[in-house]
Design a protein. Sequence first.
Length: 230
Amino acid sequence: MFKKIITHFFSLPCPACKKEMASSYSEFCPTCTGKLNIINSPFCPGCGGELDGILDICSKCLKEESSPWTSATALTQLRGYARELIQRYKYKNDTALSRPFASLAVNALKNSNIHFNIITSVPLHWTRKFTRGYNQSALVAKQVSKVIEVKYMHTLCRNKYSRSQTKLTGKERRKNLNNVFTAKNMNFIRDKDILLIDDVFTTGSTLRAATEELLKAKAKSVSILVLARR
């Protein structure tokens, strides 16, 4: 309530540039928004990226195996200013960026036909979360949950500490994620439509492993949302 009152009477600095004024404490300023490579619907159902041809799937996903999720949404393309902000958010403890990223996510969901009744996120191994201090995907997911009033729930745990996916090939990524996730709260997962949120989509290996585990736990469907498509 205090934040709402302050926002009503005062403009607040943009969480990204800290210079321009944003319309609310949970949004990027117009200048920063204009510098982001925001992806607009319709989204490729395989990765959430832009459709780059006459087909209803992008050229990148045409070369990949079919996805286990029902639909995909990506907020930005991972280049330029978007890459800089995500690196700040993920590696430099700039957690204030979770609010404007969540705001972009809410807007994207409003313009989609995705149906879901549980929101969840890709978990970190406890050692990585301890080192970083937070799960960047969970922060955004919880913000989205509050705004659209759909329950957030921890549905997965990470069984083992796996190497960072950043510099691995597609084959190495899949091997790195063998048996890495286990579903929890299975009574709540059964027959639910789940929105799974992560930060970056590269090959989709992490999201594939997480989605497959949720479907094994009898989820009715899984849709994915990512902050950026590489």
